[in-house]
Structures are given as structure tokens and as C-alpha cells.
Ligand binder design. Structure first.
Ligand code: ADP
Ligand code: MG
Length: 381
């Protein structure tokens, strides 16, 4: 498979390989099953996706024998997390199409590479400095001269690997707290809102874009995503354009999520939206698409990976998705009683603190959740 392209769409009955066994893999496998496609999940550890996939392999990402065997029995490969080692993706890509592809992985795995890439496309990001030593951490904090966040370049997620700093704070202590790992120091923005662009791009370059949700984080973890976002239409169009430009630049295949900060109407239009980070995969802020759209982000990702025509990204309802984190999922019985509530549980056994156990989506505008109706109507006006 020298260029990684599919010659023809994968027919129902074909198998999509998924690297990673988390809830995103689980929802991808469920969407694939709906289209008559089989899935084969490959991961070092068994996880929620193992419960619903057609086949599973539990083996290391450096195990070339196991990877080659996996490549033989799948028709295309995708991944549900961005820290798939490049060597793993490269090994597979020589044998079978791997989507979205290694370039997207390379960019998204490293915050510094990502910021440089975005800047090269003319897309604004928060002011930042690369930090590779204690001395550089000190200089960077002095240069930015504002509240800032020291973030490890690699392996951060859900706010992990991040230390907040105020001007004059002890940069050396922050550097030690991230275990002296290569990092970026970025200015802490006083944003009006966070939102994300959810793009899906097909092998032939066709693009479809979901409505941008507004995202609220708590302790660095996504808490809630809502659509419609209720921001000015021009700004939302710009957010979608930024997402599309990134997908095109990466020659991307599948769903791409772009997390953004919205600085508000007082800021010049061209600088109002800054990209925080990109996720080369389906994204938590797109879970509402399962219940509020005819074709979810998961199905559209599968369609793109399988070389199918993309499905409509149109939304039939306003929606509010809330993550069930840690003990919040223990209320499942109560939640199951709520009329019109769409309940999703990932089947994880231990409700550890900070762990994403499931999510709920409340639809507004259909027959459900009448008490939310007025609120959404105001927002969408
Ligand atoms: P992760 O990879 O853990 O998602 P992010 O860089 O997206 O890391 O940070 C998690 C959250 O922390 C963001 O969604 C946002 O709420 C907050 N945050 C991150 N960077 C900044 C910043 N520069 N200014 C203000 N808040 C930030
Ligand atoms: Mg993030």
C-alpha cells in the first residue's frame, strides 16, 4: 500500500483496525457496526472498546510481529488517541492505509511542533516560548510578563502536565514539577469562551463540518459541550474555516477536532479566535453528535476511513453534553430515569477521580427536556 490510499471504498464486512481501547474506540466500533463494518481493536491494555469490537489484540505498540499480524487482517487502520508512537503508525502504514495519517500524529503529539505548524498557516495561537531548561523557564516567564501555563510538549491530556504561573512566581519549581521535561510556556488567556471545530475530511478532499460547540472545562477536563454556541455567526464561520484549513494542510482523512479560545467581540476579528490544540481523532466535544445529528462524528470518521461518502453533519436538535466524571457516573440509575436523557456509559469498572466514565446528552427542541427549551431558544436567536 505505497501511498496509503484506498483504491475503492471498503465494502460492508470489511474490517477497520483501531489503535487504542478507550471510549472513543468503543464509540467508533459501535458506529462501524451500524454500517456493517467489523472492527479490530489493538491496544496494550484492554479497555472499553474491547467489549464491543469484533476482534481484539492485546499487544505492545512496539511489537512488530503483532502489528504485522494485525495489518494482515484489517483493511484500514485508524487510531483513537494521538500518542500512537510514530514508529507504530509508520510500520503499519507500509502495510495498510493508516488514517488520518502520520503527519497529523507528528504535529499533534508535540505542542511546540503544533504551535509552529499553526503559526506557519497564519493561524493565531496564544503567545508562547519554548522551554528546555530551568533557565529558559525563568526567561520565558519574564518575557511573557503575564500569567502563564507551563505545559509539557508531549503526553499531556485532561490538564495533566500543566503548571499555572503568575509573573514573579518560582519558574524553577514549576520546571521541577513537570519533571524537567521539554515544555512550552504559554500566556494564560482571559477568554470569553472555549469552542471547538469538528471537521471531517474524505480521501478526495471533500469536507463536512459540524456546528462548533461551546466547551466548559473544570480542572482542565471537559465538563460540558453545548450547541448552538450562541456566538456571532461570523466568528463561528471563521472557527470552521480555521478547522478546514488545518485539515487541508494535513491532507487529513477522518474527523479532526480543533480546540479554540474565543476572546470576545472587543478583540479584533482576526485575533478573536486562537487555536489551543488539535486532536487528530474524534473528540469528547463532539459526543453530542451521536444524539443530535443524523450522522455522528464517529460514523463520519468511519465513513472517511473506509473511503465512503461523508454523511450529513446537520444537527436536528440543540444539545448539551455533560461528561460523567468519576463518581458522577454512580448516579446512573437516577440518570436512567430522566425522560429524554441520552445516557452513555463506557463500562469502566472503577469510578476513579477524574476518570471519564460516561456522558449524558440532553436534547432541546425535540420532545425531550422541555425545561431547557426557553434557554436554547434564547441562545440560538
Ligand atoms: P489538554 O491536552 O490537557 O486538553 P489543554 O492545553 O487543552 O490541554 O488545556 C486544558 C484546558 O486548560 C483548556 O481547555 C483550557 O480550559 C485551559 N487552558 C489551557 N491553556 C490555556 C491558556 N493558555 N489560557 C487559559 N486557559 C488555558
Ligand atoms: Mg485540550
Amino acid at each position: 500500500m505505497p501511498d496509503g490510499r484506498l483504491r475503492a471504498p471498503l465494502a460492508p464486512g470489511s474490517t477497520i483496525g483501531i489503535l487504542g481501547s478507550g471510549q472513543l474506540g468503543r464509540m467508533l466500533a459501535m458506529a462501524a457496526a451500524r454500517l456493517g463494518l467489523k472492527t479490530h481493536v489493538y491496544c496494550e491494555d484492554s479497555g472499553p472498546a474491547f467489549d464491543v469490537a469484533t476482534h481484539t489484540t492485546k499487544a505492545g505498540f512496539a511489537d512488530r510481529t503483532a502489528l504485522s499480524a494485525f495489518a494482515k487482517v484489517v483493511n484500514a487502520v485508524t487510531y483513537e488517541f494521538e500518542n500512537v508512537p510514530l514508529a507504530t503508525a509508520g510500520h503499519l502504514a507500509a502495510l495498510v492505509p493508516v488514517r488520518p495519517g502520520t503527519k497529523a500524529l507528528e504535529v499533534a503529539q508535540d505542542r511546540l511542533t503544533e504551535k509552529i505548524f499553526l503559526t506557519s498557516l497564519g493561524i493565531p495561537v496564544a503567545p508562547f516560548r519554548a522551554v528546555a531548561s530551568e533557565e529558559e523557564a525563568r526567561t520565558a516567564l519574564a518575557e511573557l510578563g503575564a500569567a502563564a501555563i507551563l505545559k509539557t510538549r508531549r503526553f499531556g491530556y485532561d490538564g495533566k502536565g500543566q503548571i499555572s504561573l503568575a509573573p514573579g512566581d518560582d519558574a524553577a519549581a514549576a520546571w521541577a514539577a513537570i519533571n524537567a521535561r521539554p515544555a512550552v510556556l504559554e500566556q494564560r488567556l482571559d477568554f470569553a469562551a472555549e469552542l471547538s471545530a469538528l471537521i471531517v475530511r474524505a480521501q478526495d478532499g471533500a469536507l463536512a463540518v459540524y456546528d462548533c460547540p461551546i466547551n466548559v472545562h473544570q480542572n482542565g477536563i471537559l465538563h460540558r459541550s453545548s450547541v448552538p454556541a450562541g456566538l456571532p455567526a461570523d466568528d463561528l464561520a471563521r472557527a470552521r474555516q480555521i478547522g478546514a484549513a488545518i485539515a487541508d494542510a494535513l491532507d487529513y482523512i477522518g474527523v479532526l477536532a480543533v480546540e479554540m479560545f474565543y476572546l470576545g467581540p472587543e478583540t479584533a476579528a482576526a485575533e478573536r479566535l486562537l487555536v489551543n490544540e488539535i486532536a487528530p481523532r474524534v473528540h469528547n466535544s463532539g459526543h453530542w453528535t451521536i444524539d443530535a445529528c443524523g450522522v455522528s462524528q464517529f460514523e463520519n470518521h468511519v465513513r472517511a476511513v473506509a473511503g465512503w461518502p461523508l454523511g450529513s453533519t446537520a444537527r436536528h436538535s440543540a444539545a448539551e453534553m455533560t461528561n460523567l466524571i468519576g463518581a458522577a457516573a454512580l448516579d446512573w440509575h437516577q440518570l436512567a430515569r430522566e425522560p429524554g436523557l441520552c445516557l452513555h456509559l463506557y463500562g469502566k469498572r472503577e469510578a476513579r477521580q477524574g476518570r471519564k466514565m460516561g456522558h449524558v446528552t440532553r436534547l432541546v427542541g425535540g420532545a425531550s427536556a422541555p425545561k431547557e427549551k426557553g434557554k436554547a431558544a434564547n441562545r440560538s436567536r
